[in-house]
Design a protein around this ligand. Structure first.
Ligand SMILES: [Zn+2]
Length: 498
C-alpha cells in the first residue's frame, strides 16, 4: 500500500512539465491583440472570450510596464526586460550616442533593438535551447520580428502589414506548425493591430468598439474551432492570448502645449501625448526648465535622477533629462503636434492605472482552469513561456514564482501544493475512509522527505531567479565612451547613484 502511495506521489512530483514525449519539444502559440483592455470582456458581449475563460485561465489583468505603449510593451513581453533595460523606451526614441531619433516606421536597424548583449527575444531563446534541431520559432507582425537582434532572427518570420487579415495570419501559423518534422515550428508568435486602432479613433466606450470587439471575438471563435478540429494541436498546443496595454477615453479638453511653456529652442522632446522624454540642449538649463514644468498640476514631472523606482524607467541613455507624464486622460502636445489629430482614446500613461492594463487568457495542457487568477507583470511572461517551452530560464526582470499559480503540475517546493495534489489523487482512488486518510498522511510525511531529495536537481535547474533578484542595469559615466553603456547589476546594493 505504501508503495502504491509513493508511486502516485512521485508520478505527480517528478514530471517536470505536463507535456508528453511526442512532439519532441513543447508547442506554444502567443497572440497579442493590440490595446485590448483587461475589462473589455466584462463591458461587452464577447462569448468566445467567455469560452476561453472556462477553457483555461483568465487573469484579473496583466500589470504592464511603463511606458504603456506598443513597441516598448511588446518588446518587454518577449524579452522579460523592463524598458530601461532593453532600450525600446518609446515609439519614438532619441539616442544621444547615435545623435539620432527614430519612429516605429524606421526602427529597422538592429542598433535600436540590440542596445545591450543580454536582450534576447524568447523566439531566439527557443531556437538556441537544447535539442535546437527540433525547435523553430515562427513570428508574424510582432514588433522587431524582422530585425536580427544581437545577431539572431526568428527561424520563420513575416513583418507587419497593416491590412493583413487575422485569417491569413492564423492560416500561415497553422501551416508552419504542420510542416514536416525537419522544418515545422514549435513556437508561434503573432500580433494583430486591433482593437487599438478603434480605441484611438472612437474611444474604449463606443459603438465602434463594440463592433471591433465582436470581430476580434469571432477571430477567437475561429481559432478555437481550428484547434479543436486538429488533433495534434488540440492535444499538445499551449495558447496565450494577451495584449500590450489598455485604453483610456480622451475628451480633448485637457491639453498643454509644451512650446507655450518652454522655448522650444532649448530642448528636443520625444514621446507622445501621454508622456515625453525631454532632452535639454544645455545641462545648465535643466533646473530652470524643471522648475517651470513642475508647477503643472495634472502632469508628473521628474528630473531623470528622481524618476520613481516603480517605473523602472531611468537607467538608460534614451530616457530624457526630464520625464513628463500626463495624468490619465490628459495630453501633452509636443512641438510639431498641432493637436489637429483628434483622439478619443489613448494610452502610454502610468502603468499602475487600471485602464492601462491588458487582458491575459491561456489554455492548453499546461494550464489550470481558473477564472480571475491573480495578476502578474508583463515581464513575467518571459519566464512563463520559457517554462512552457521547457527551456532554461534566462535571468530577466521576470519571475517564474509569480506565474506558478496558473500552471498544472508545477514542480514547486511548496508543501501545500504537494499535499493537496496527493490528497486529491488518493481520495479519488480509495474514497474518504478515515483509516485510509490517516495512512495517507503518514505516507506524505515520508514521501515529502524523499521527494525533496529526489527532485532537488530538476527544481534547481528551473529556479534561476526569484522576486528578490531583479536584474538592473546602470549607466556608465560618459567618459567611458562606450556605445553600449549599460552594465548589469545583480543586486540593488550595487546600483550607483548618478
Ligand atoms: Zn499597442
Amino acid at each position: 500500500m505504501l508503495l502504491v502511495v509513493f508511486f502516485f506521489f512521485f508520478s505527480v512530483q517528478c514530471v517536470p512539465i505536463n507535456i508528453e514525449k511526442s512532439p519532441p519539444v513543447p508547442l506554444l502559440l502567443l497572440i497579442s491583440f493590440d490595446g485590448f483592455r483587461w475589462d473589455y470582456p466584462d463591458l461587452y458581449h464577447l462569448p468566445h472570450f467567455d469560452q476561453l475563460a472556462k477553457r483555461g485561465v483568465r487573469l484579473e489583468n496583466i500589470e504592464n510596464s511603463f511606458a504603456t505603449v506598443t513597441f516598448p510593451s511588446h518588446f518587454t513581453m518577449i524579452t522579460g526586460l523592463f524598458e530601461e533595460t532593453h532600450g525600446i523606451v518609446a515609439n519614438t526614441i532619441y539616442d544621444p550616442t547615435f545623435n539620432e531619433s527614430v519612429t516605429i516606421v524606421g526602427m529597422n536597424d538592429t542598433k535600436w533593438w540590440s542596445q545591450n548583449p543580454w536582450t534576447q527575444p524568447i523566439w531566439i531563446t527557443n531556437q538556441l535551447a537544447t535539442n535546437s534541431s527540433s525547435r523553430r520559432s515562427g513570428v508574424i507582425s510582432w514588433p522587431g520580428c524582422n530585425i536580427a537582434i544581437n545577431g539572431h532572427l526568428p527561424t520563420k518570420f513575416q513583418p507587419f502589414e497593416p491590412n493583413r487579415s487575422f485569417d491569413s495570419i492564423v492560416k500561415q501559423m497553422f501551416d508552419w506548425f504542420h510542416e514536416n518534422e525537419s522544418t515545422r515550428i514549435n513556437f508561434g508568435v503573432m500580433y494583430f493591430p486591433e482593437p487599438d486602432e478603434t480605441g484611438h479613433l472612437h474611444g474604449p466606450h463606443s459603438p465602434e468598439m463594440a463592433k471591433t470587439l465582436a470581430m476580434v471575438d469571432s477571430y477567437v471563435g475561429q481559432l478555437l474551432q481550428m484547434i479543436d478540429r486538429d488533433e495534434y494541436l488540440r492535444k499538445y498546443l499551449n495558447v496565450i492570448i494577451t495584449s500590450d496595454h489598455g485604453m483610456h477615453e480622451i475628451d480633448g479638453k485637457h491639453q498643454i502645449v509644451l512650446e507655450k511653456l518652454i522655448d522650444k529652442s532649448l530642448y528636443n522632446a520625444f514621446g507622445k501625448r501621454a508622456f515625453a522624454n525631454i532632452f535639454v540642449k544645455r545641462a545648465s538649463d535643466i533646473e530652470r526648465i524643471y522648475a517651470n514644468l513642475s508647477t503643472l498640476t495634472n502632469y508628473e514631472v521628474y528630473k531623470k535622477s528622481d524618476i520613481p523606482d516603480e517605473y523602472h524607467y531611468q537607467f538608460n541613455v534614451r530616457i530624457g533629462d526630464i520625464l513628463i507624464i500626463s495624468r490619465i486622460g490628459y495630453e501633452i502636445l509636443l512641438p510639431g503636434d498641432d493637436g489637429s489629430e483628434r483622439r478619443y482614446g489613448d494610452h502610454g500613461y502610468d502603468n499602475r492605472a487600471e485602464s492601462m492594463h491588458p487582458i491575459f487568457y491561456a489554455f492548453g495542457p499546461a494550464f489550470r482552469q481558473i477564472n480571475r487568477a491573480k495578476a502578474f507583470r508583463n515581464v513575467d511572461l518571459f519566464p512563463l513561456m520559457s517554462y512552457l517551452l521547457d527551456i532554461p530560464i534566462r535571468l530577466t526582470n521576470g519571475s517564474l514564482e509569480n506565474v506558478k499559480h496558473i500552471l498544472i503540475d508545477f514542480p514547486s517546493n511548496d508543501f501545500s501544493g504537494w499535499f493537496s495534489r496527493l490528497i486529491h489523487l488518493l481520495t479519488s482512488l480509495f474514497g474518504s475512509s478515515v483509516i485510509v486518510m490517516i495512512f495517507v498522511l503518514l505516507s506524505i510525511l515520508v514521501g515529502c522527505i524523499y521527494s525533496v531529495a529526489a527532485c532537488r536537481h530538476s527544481s534547481d535547474s528551473l529556479f534561476v531567479e526569484n522576486n528578490d533578484f531583479a536584474i538592473r542595469y546602470r549607466l556608465l559615466d560618459d567618459k567611458n565612451g562606450s556605445i553600449n553603456n549599460l552594465i548589469v547589476s545583480e543586486s540593488e546594493d550595487e546600483i550607483v547613484e548618478r
